[in-house]
Design a protein around this ligand. Structure first.
Ligand code: NAD
Length: 272
């Protein structure tokens, strides 16, 4: 049947593709790496954490999905380590077809109290690291005539919240960078998009939930509900698996003409 064929072709396996997922030792990045591995892609993991736990994650991905998984612990606030990470992708996998710029950190403080060193670190990781990886990966994608670049921005790339000067500035910048790369690569088989999650349960937002829980006698669930109530109309957290599935879709042929967008996955946050 024609419809079935289109559907089948719209979601091809990503077998023979290689994905670099930055910040993939936990949270959203780990779910994206798992979803891509589940679609047949080899993955290069990156991020911080306990060495034996990361090795377990790496081996489990290989066993569960019959793919090859590597790990490189580059600190992406340091451009020379980004270069080493990209070199490692070329040495281990012969390239990068799918680049997911996902590593990110947060710090909350009013502008007059915001530590300059936190500003520098957040801009370096949440924005500049994506420039450095894209700068290295695009020539290779052009040679192959195929590539997918997906930058994990945030609803905070589209709208602001108080006490997040560096994060909001970096995420808005990341969306701008995504649009420029989309224009420069349009028609070359390469797409570049930003995804914009709302509240998603992970280590990154745990301090904000903990802070709110204090008002409810330390009740963490009440703290989480309070966080959602303020911004996210669905009153439900986005799940990391939902974000992984969105990324797989953006890597599919069905999404070949989706480029330069900043796509919210936010339970209605930015519709308000
Ligand atoms: P997380 O803390 O679980 O994951 C962050 C990842 O980045 C980890 O793997 C960590 O080891 C890695 N990392 C931290 N510093 C690094 C460095 N200097 N070099 C290399 N890797 C580093 O948090 P998460 O929520 O999964 O965040 C992933 C991305 O999603 C971030 O860019 C974040 O801004 C974005 N995001 C999160 C939410 C949310 O509600 N959790 C919402 C919108 C966007």
């Amino acid at each position: 049947m024609h419809g079935e064929t289109v559907l089948h072709e719209a979601f091809p396996l990503l077998t023979s593709k290689t994905a670099l997922v930055t910040g993939s030792t936990s949270g959203i990045g780990l779910a994206i790496a798992s979803a891509l591995a589940g679609s047949g892609a080899n993955v290069m993991l990156n991020g911080f954490g306990d060495a034996s736990e990361i090795e377990t994650i790496r081996k489990n991905l290989e066993r569960a999905h019959g793919i090859r998984a590597g790990y490189n612990g580059a600190d992406l606030t340091k451009p020379e380590q980004i270069d080493e990470l990209i070199d490692a992708c070329f040495e281990t996998f012969d390239g990068i077809d799918i680049l997911i710029n996902n590593a990110g950190i947060q710090h909350t403080a009013a502008i007059e109290d915001f530590p300059p060193e936190k500003w520098d670190a957040i801009l370096a990781l949440n924005l500049s690291a994506a420039f450095h990886t894209i700068h290295r990966a695009v020539p290779h994608m052009r040679e192959r005539g195929w590539g997918r670049i997906i930058n994990t921005a945030s609803v905070h790339g589209l709208v602001a919240s108080k006490e997040k000067a560096a994060y909001v500035a970096a995420k808005h910048g990341l969306i701008g960078l995504s649009k420029v790369v989309a224009l420069e690569t349009a028609g070359a088989g390469i797409t570049c998009n930003a995804i914009c999650p709302g509240w998603t349960l992970s280590e990154l937002i745990q301090p904000q939930i903990d802070a709110r829980a204090e008002a409810f006698g330390g009740d963490i669930e009440a703290g989480g509900r309070d966080l959602l109530k303020e911004k996210q109309p669905s009153q439900q957290f986005v799940t990391t698996d939902q974000i992984g599935a969105l990324v797989v879709f953006l890597c599919s042929e069905a999404a070949a003409q989706i480029t330069g967008v900043a796509l919210p996955i936010d339970g209605g946050w930015t519709a308000q």
